[in-house]
Design a protein around this ligand. Structure first.
Ligand SMILES: Nc1nc2c(ncn2[C@@H]2O[C@H](COP(=O)(O)OP(=O)(O)O)[C@@H](O)[C@H]2O)c(=O)[nH]1
Ligand SMILES: [Mg+2]
Length: 222
C-alpha cells in the first residue's frame, strides 16, 4: 500500500485505567510486537497505522495513547475534544478497571458535548482466562448501555487485536458515510486529504477521484 495516499485520517484515543494494556494493544496492532515489560506511558504517546476500509479507501489511523494515572489527566483532557473514536479498555482480570469504564466514558462525553465520540469496549488480556474477574455477559451488558460493541482481545497472543481496532475504524467510516459523523472546521477528529465534494460521490468514484487528487497533491479544505 502506498502510505502517502490516504483519504481520511481518524484520530482515536485510548481510554482505561493504568496497566489494562492500552500501550500493548497499540504496539501489537501497529508493530505486531508484545513486550512483557513495556515502558509506562507518560503523558501522551502517538501511534499511526494505515487501513484500507474498502477497496481504494485508505484510512490513516492516528492513536493517542494516554496515561491512565490521575496525575496525568490534565495533560490528556485537551485531546478528547479532537477525537472521533475511543477504545475503552479494561483488564478482564481486574474488576476495578471494569468498574471504571463508565467513568472514562462519561469523562470523554462531558468534554466533547454536543458532539459524540464513537466507542468500542475491549475486554483485554483474554489469555489470562483462569484469572477472569468479569463475565462476558456483564461486559456485553455494559457495552449495550454505552452504545458500543464489545470485543475480547489479547495483545500477548495477538488474538482479536486487529478486529477490535478495525471495528472502531469501520464504525467511524460508516458514521461518516451516513452523516452520523460530520466534518467540522477546526476539528481534528477526522481529516480528509481530498476536496470536500468527493465525499458526496459513490465510494468507488470517490476513491478513484481521491487517488487522482492525491497524486496531484491537492490540499483539503475540510
Ligand atoms: N497477559 C497479558 N498481559 C498483558 C496484555 N497486554 C498487556 N499486558 C501486560 O500488562 C502490563 C501493562 O501493560 P501496558 O500496555 O503498559 O498498560 P497501559 O498502562 O494500559 O498502557 C504490562 O506488563 C504488559 O506486558 C495481554 O494481553 N495479556
Ligand atoms: Mg500505557
Amino acid at each position: 500500500m502506498d502510505l502517502s495516499l490516504w483519504q481520511y485520517q481518524f484520530r482515536v484515543i485510548m481510554l482505561g485505567d493504568s496497566t489494562v494494556g492500552k500501550s500493548s494493544l497499540l504496539k501489537r496492532y501497529t508493530e505486531d510486537l508484545f513486550l512483557d515489560c513495556i515502558n509506562q506511558t507518560v503523558g501522551v504517546d502517538f501511534y499511526v497505522h494505515f487501513l484500507e476500509v474498502e477497496p481504494g479507501v485508505r484510512i490513516k489511523l492516528q492513536f493517542w495513547d494516554t496515561a491512565g494515572q490521575e496525575r496525568f489527566r490534565s495533560v490528556t483532557r485537551s485531546y478528547y475534544r479532537n477525537s472521533v473514536g475511543g477504545l475503552l479498555v479494561f483488564d478482564l482480570t481486574n474488576r476495578a478497571s471494569f468498574e471504571h469504564v463508565r467513568d472514562w466514558h462519561e469523562e470523554v462525553q462531558e468534554r466533547v458535548r454536543p458532539h459524540a465520540v464513537l466507542f468500542v469496549l475491549v475486554g483485554h488480556k483474554s489469555d489470562l482466562a483462569s484469572g477472569r474477574a468479569v463475565t462476558r455477559e456483564e461486559a456485553e451488558r455494559l457495552a449495550g448501555q454505552l452504545g458500543a460493541p464489545y470485543v475480547e482481545a489479547s495483545s500477548k497472543t495477538g488474538w482479536n487485536v486487529a478486529d477490535a481496532v478495525e471495528l472502531l475504524a469501520r464504525r467511524v467510516y460508516q458514521g461518516l458515510r451516513s452523516g452520523e459523523v460530520q466534518l467540522r472546521g477546526g476539528w481534528d477528529g477526522v481529516k480528509c486529504s481530498v476536496p470536500r465534494a468527493l465525499e458526496l460521490r459513490p465510494p468507488e468514484e470517490a476513491a478513484a477521484a481521491a487517488a487522482a487528487a492525491a497524486n496531484g497533491k491537492k490540499s483539503c479544505d475540510c
